[in-house]
Write a protein that binds this ligand. Structure first.
Ligand SMILES: C[S@@+](CC[C@H](N)C(=O)[O-])C[C@H]1O[C@@H](n2cnc3c(N)ncnc32)[C@H](O)[C@@H]1O
Length: 260
């Protein structure tokens, strides 16, 4: 049995109860780079943890090797937990792993996680939709192989009625903002970058399409980071809550949670 689990975006209290139950019953865990230490610490002592992270330019295992590892571990009869950042089916290659397991007749389950695109935005005071400001939200990848210009639907994306949430796009920020302006969004459109969203290291830059690149460089924001574009970003200062919390306002749920 393999459980493909979303570990959420960073704040360990955003882990689901189902995910926690699976982690507690794991016999071996294969985890990605973006799974926080707090969550790895929930794995019972003595359970092997296999790192299968992929950082920019430092792949520990290829995807084929990860797939084969999951198959081998499952065939050894152990209960395997595959832990991924955010949600396993949102830019997480969880579906590719599920396809291999299916092909090999290995039983698997998918435990959805809280995706960073929604959670990091919320922790930055940005609702991804808001009546009269945004009719919908597009989740897109900003990762292009070898920085080549990718054939994205820039015209469809440059729609002022929508919110854009761009994963893995920080390295291509300049190309993304200039294409959105070229295809119709005004340079004054609100835009943000959120780094390490929902974690205690969260940082954010709230700007416009024309100023975002410069301000992000000034603040020195790095990955993991999301780009959020649209009118809803303008609500960020009004709805800001996370950075102004005091520690005593929020005892971590994990410290108090008791469940059957
Ligand atoms: C390979 S994708 C995985 C996305 C993940 N499955 C999810 O649902 O959030 C990795 C990208 O997700 C975004 N990301 C993940 N966690 C993040 C966080 N805590 N804060 C900001 N961005 C994050 C970044 O754009 C990062 O480059």
């Amino acid at each position: 049995m393999v459980s493909l689990i979303g570990a959420g975006p960073g704040d360990p209290d955003l882990l689901t109860i189902k995910a926690l139950r699976c982690i507690e019953q794991a016999e071996v865990v294969v985890h990605d780079r973006l799974v926080s230490d707090e969550i790895l610490n929930l794995i019972p002592q003595g359970i092997p943890k296999i790192y299968a992270g992929k950082g920019c330019g430092r792949h520990s295992m290829t995807q084929d090797e990860i797939n084969q590892t999951l198959v081998n571990l499952a065939n050894s009869g152990r209960r395997v937990v595959r832990l991924k950042g955010g949600d396993p089916f949102v830019f997480g290659r969880g579906s590719e792993e599920a396809m291999i397991l299916k092909k090999e007749n290995i039983t698997f389950e998918v435990v959805p996680g809280v995706t960073s695109g929604i959670a990091a935005s919320a922790y930055a005071g940005i609702p991804v939709t808001h009546r009269a400001l945004s009719r919908g939200v597009l989740f897109v990848t900003g990762h292009f192989k070898n920085n080549e210009e990718v054939d994205l639907d820039w015209k469809g994306m440059a729609n002022p009625e929508l919110t854009l949430v761009i994963y893995m796009g920080l390295h291509n920020l300049s190309m993304i903002t200039s294409n959105l302006i070229k295809h119709g969004l005004t340079p004054s459109t609100h835009a943000a970058v959120i780094e390490n969203g929902t974690s205690s290291h969260q940082r954010k830059c709230i700007a416009t399409l024309s100023t975002l690149e410069q301000q992000v460089a000034q603040q020195g924001l790095t990955s993991p980071a999301l780009i959020v574009v649209g009118k809803v970003v303008g609500l960020s200062s009004e709805l800001e809550w996370f950075e102004s919390l005091n520690e005593e306002d929020t005892p971590p749920v994990s410290a108090t949670l008791s469940y059957p």
